[in-house]
Design a protein. Structure first.
Ligand code: T1G
Length: 696
């Protein structure tokens, strides 16, 4: 028996326990151990049936993701599963925690399944750019039907045990995992229950189900590989024999597991977990208990941010300067919740519970007992410093003072208080109640406890918290500046907004820079450019000429029915505008630029390579802890496609020497803004990539 798997007996029931923390992943040791344990139970004449369970906090949570891309070792998984399914002794899977991926596939090769009520089951391989490669695409449709299997396999959703029982995935739900499963096995033996094999269940589907499903999900699965292969596998379960279906599944699994998309998505899986690891803020750093939050500003951002806390059951007091602003802000929150209720995403009772967690005031003195206060007012430093000075005098000792500023210095804001150790940035992304990303901006004096609390409360309210340094624009917006700026230079060089936006959309972002600008409002950038005009570096080319002229016409985007594009009433579809094209061509003429054609590849490099170059600068300055943090920021804050891994992983996949060669070419043609980041040059000179910095 390997250390990873124990075999014991309870009466006539063999108990097989996987002990491979933290999640009992199906490593080679576990697979070898399972094989040996089943052989032992099979050979023992006193054993009438067997129970398989996970030790620690969960059942088997899937294949060991770290083994993918490595040379195969240990007993092949499908051999272990075949031995179980063909066992002449009844096997019951006893599920707690999460039975996921290969874990659920193992349970489906047992003859019966027992689960505790809090258990979850699912086939989330698609999130890793994979498909259930151990029979899941052939067995699940036979259990729950092709249509439900399609949804479960292409979404990777986790199903609670009671619902899984209703669907037929689980046979029995009971409170005591081992005792319950052993009793269930004993009952089955006493009743001489059949050794059920899911493979023997027929599987049919309505003609056209799969093509209809493909069409209905084309936009959602755009650019991904795995969801499409999942559909093909489930379709095979309805058209081929079980063994032919298994062969088809294995072929398509190999196509996925060797694909760049899966390598990228597996990178993202681990990157999402790395963000929580902060070298100088250990995991056991005490976090403050946030029982009450105060929100300063009930505008779009303030309301959206506040909803996150109410959704997590944390009371929020809203502060505004006038009752009118309060009423308006609370109205927005009410409407947001009502829309969700109307769409069936929330019960009215839950909405009422959340609304009951809100209180509001125009009196600063009323918020002093909050454990965390988040300021979300206009991006004006003077105003923020005035507010933080007042907060310093009002908030109880130990309260955390956070700003939702998207670009301004946390250190300067903290300087307005006598407790800079309690000041931190919590930069949410609009719409704040939807976007997963939270940039936690550490000030020079932010204490480890303040940092740990901000990171932790972000996770508690469903965000992915990423710690960033205190520079202009922090990480995301600082890189965004390079991306959007290059887009306008492309217009001056000869491209049109619709060409740039199409190339970026086809690359995989949800929309291109001009459609995004029209959605966010062009006036926002216009105000920032005017505010910074006086101190703009003289050697920095100005990319704002075209958007300034568009704004001077009062064209701010969707909010004014026109910006770069026109928009019909109630329709967000961008329509190219000839007057805007005239402005673009006029600016090229004034700047003596001969307009030229650009391929989609040229456009992608010109718009997205600044993310890589600026990302390298950010890493060199220590404003991001690791390249994969930047990837997580761009995927969760800006819609960078997960199947490309994020800007830094994408650069590694292209090859940094290739990226640098193009950046040098752009530097020669366009000057300073394209100066290669020294870190990028260093890595290329040393034959390394961004991933080599992860261990740092
Ligand atoms: N392989 C390797 N390591 C894993 C792992 C896995 N499957 N799952 C988790 N870990 C690590 C994780 O990196 C972290 O490490 C620690 O365990 C705790 O994880 C053949 C091909 C189970 C719901 O996709 O969804 O089976 O950071 O922080 O929040 O068809 O982990 O501590 O060093 O996430 O409590 C399919 C992936 C695999 C499940 C627990 N299975 N895991 O969440 O803890 S492919 C999955 C999760 C497959 C078969 C196919 C979650 C969790 P570290 P954690 P958690």
């Amino acid at each position: 028996m390997s250390d990873a798997v124990d075999f014991t007996k309870q009466g006539a029931i063999g108990v097989i326990t996987v002990n491979s923390p933290p999640v009992n992943a199906l490593s080679a040791a576990v697979r070898d151990g399972l094989g040996a344990a089943f052989d032992k139970g099979q050979a023992d004449p006193d054993v009438k049936a067997m129970v398989l369970l996970g030790g620690g906090r969960t059942f088997i949570a899937g294949a060991d993701i770290r083994e993918f891309g490595q040379p195969p070792k240990g007993k092949p998984f499908h051999e272990v599963l075949l031995a179980m399914e063909n066992s002449t002794k009844l096997i019951v899977a006893a599920i707690h925690g999460t039975a996921l991926g290969g874990g659920l596939e193992t349970a489906l090769c047992c003859h019966y399944r027992f689960a505790v009520p809090a258990a979850l089951v699912g086939l989330p391989e698609v999130k890793l750019g994979l498909l259930p490669g151990a029979g899941g695409t052939q067995r699940l449709p036979r259990l729950v039907g092709a249509e439900k299997a399609l949804d479960l396999i292409t979404s990777g959703a986790f199903v609670p045990a009671p619902q899984a029982k209703e669907m037929g995935i689980v046979d029995e739900v009971g409170d005591d995992l081992l005792a319950g499963a052993v009793a269930f096995a004993e009952t089955l033996v006493a009743e001489n229950a059949p050794l059920r094999k899911i493979r023997d269940i027929p599987c049919e589907a309505d003609a056209g189900l799969f093509d209809t499903y493909r069409k209905a999900n084309a936009r959602k699965f755009r650019g991904f590989l795995a969801p499409w292969k999942c559909i093909d596998c489930v379709e095979a379960a309805t058209t081929l024999s079980f063994d032919e279906g298994i062969a088809r599944e294995r072929a398509l699994f190999m196509e996925c597991v060797t694909s760049p998309e899966s390598a990228a998505q597996r990178h993202v899986f681990f990157a999402e977990r790395e963000v929580a690891k902060i070298p100088d803020v250990p995991k056991d750093t005490p976090m403050k208990d946030i029982k009450k939050v105060a929100m300063i500003g009930a505008g779009t951002m303030g309301g959206g941010i506040a909803m996150n806390f109410a959704n997590a059951g944390i009371p929020v007091i809203m502060l505004e300067v006038t009752q009118e602003n309060l009423d308006k802000g609370m109205g927005i929150i009410q409407r947001n919740y009502q829309n969700t209720v109307n769409k069936g995403g929330l019960s009215q009772a839950k909405m009422d519970q959340r609304m009951a967690l809100f209180s509001s005031t125009t009196d600063l003195a009323d918020i002093g007992d909050a454990d965390l206060v988040i300021e979300a007012v206009f991006e004006k430093m003077e105003l923020k410093k005035e507010i933080f000075a007042k907060l310093d005098g009002v908030m109880k000792p130990g309260a955390i003072l956070a700003s939702n500023t998207s670009t301004l210095s946390i250190d300067e804001i903290a300087s307005a208080t006598k407790r800079p150790e309690s000041v931190i940035g919590m930069h949410f992304f609009s719409p704040a109640n939807v976007m997963r990303l939270l940039e936690v901006v550490r000030g020079a004096k932010s204490s480890p406890e303040t940092i740990a609390t901000a990171m932790g409360i972000g996770r508690k309210v469903g965000k992915i918290s990423v710690l960033v340094g205190n520079c202009f624009g922090f990480v995301g917006n600082r890189m965004l500046h390079g991306y959007t700026g290059e887009g306008t230079f492309l217009l001056e060089n000869g491209a049109l907004p619709q060409q740039v936006d199409k190339a970026i959309f086809d690359f995989g972002l949800p929309m291109g820079p001009f459609a995004m600008g029209d959605m966010a409002g062009l006036d926002v950038g216009w105000l920032v450019r005017k505010a910074r005009a006086a101190d703009r570096p003289t050697n920095e080319e100005y990319g704002g000429t075209i958007p300034d002229r568009i704004c001077e016409l009062g064209r701010f985007g969707q909010k004014t029915a026109g910006g770069y594009y026109d928009y019909k009433e109630g329709d967000r579809t961008p329509i190219p505008n000839p007057e805007v094209q005239g402005i673009i061509e006029q600016v090229s003429k004034e700047k003596n630029i001969a307009r030229r054609e650009f391929s989609e590849e040229d456009i992608v490099k010109r718009c997205l390579y600044p993310l890589i170059n600026i990302g390298a600068q950010i890493l060199a300055e220590g404003m991001a802890m690791r390249p994969s943090d930047i990837d997580i920021i761009y995927i969760n804050g800006y819609g960078f496609p997960a199947y490309r891994g994020g800007p830094m992983a994408w650069a590694d996949a292209i090859g940094l020497e290739n990226v640098l060669a193009d950046i040098k070419r752009f530097h020669a043609e366009f000057g300073e803004r394209w100066r290669p980041a020294p870190l990028l040059e260093k890595l290329v000179a040393e034959g390394k990539n961004f991933a080599s910095l992860q261990a740092a």
